[in-house]
Design a protein around this ligand. Sequence first.
Ligand SMILES: Nc1nc2c(c(=O)[nH]1)N[C@H]1C(S)=C(S)[C@@H](COP(=O)(O)O)O[C@H]1N2
Ligand SMILES: [Mo]
Length: 333
Amino acid sequence: MLIKTKKGLEIPSSEITPKYLYESRRQFMKGVATLAAGSLLAACSPQFGGAGAEEETAVSSDQSTTQSTNTAGKANATADELGDPLNSYQDITNFNNYYEFTQDKQGVASAAAGYQTTPWEVEISGMVNNPGVFGVEDLLSQFDQEERVYRLRCVEGWSMVIPWNGFPLRKLLELVEPTSTAKYVRFETVYDPDNMPGQKSPWFTWPYVEGLTVDEAMNDLTLLATGLYGEQLLPQNGAPIRLVVPWKYGFKNIKSIVKIELTDTQPTSLWMEAAPNEYGFYANVNPNVDHPRWSQATERRIGELSRRPTLMFNGYEEQVANLYEGIDLQENF
Ligand SMILES: Nc1nc2c(c(=O)[nH]1)N[C@H]1C(S)=C(S)[C@@H](COP(=O)(O)O)O[C@H]1N2
Ligand SMILES: [Mo]
């Protein structure tokens, strides 16, 4: 049965939530016995999520809001290199993960609306010959902004096709010159609990941290994004500057970056710290390595009803497989 609703983008919420959090939620939901079965299913989605979420999808998808209408109209491309259409500007800016604001994916846009992202500086430090502080305008004027159409595959099992604007991280790294001892790049999101209510949550170690190896950071696919659909990033998408690493799960794509540090020790990300058995450092998209709580073999493209197979390295195998030669991807998840 298809029921049309105004909210078009509901899919399993927060499977990424650590076990202790979703279990306390489930405890809570048990007490709310009179709720309709449908909402119970949605609220308890971690249990049913991943590959098992079709029923919920069928009830909540509204094709009219999820088709690829380029409402912003400012992308040159209309599809990715596999022929799949871009998600709409509407989809990309109204279905987000950004725990600093809220864990409600459809509430991020309004919760982050008006968040101040100018002026903004990014500090680059650590094992580099030319450390410095860069205003975002400097970065925008110094590096040509390219359009890159990438698939984004969230670890929760949904995906989108997004036309980003930005520049390869490599260009910035070449400018600051990592020393030969540098092996990793560590990124930090702004810490601003007064204006980011989620950062008051004691369940996570704030600020949000992510990391890459220097080789991953130097790969041509790795982007610092400043816009999408030809528009400056909105706060919900990580304005004014965020990382995009398309062959890795979405959580590696750290938003609203203020610090980049070159180091010789592997950074511990917020998610590694919150649930080390579930989220590793590499987080490469891999249909053969399941999440402990759900399969990663398939995904749901936002705007589509049925699930599709997840591709090795999210379809970027040719460009990145060489980075992992001799590495056991089951162990290094
Ligand atoms: N600082 C920060 N960055 C973040 C997140 C977050 O909660 N905080 N969520 C991540 C996750 S889980 C995903 S899937 C992507 C979503 O990016 P989008 O909302 O622009 O689609 O952002 C990633 N970057
Ligand atoms: Mo995600």
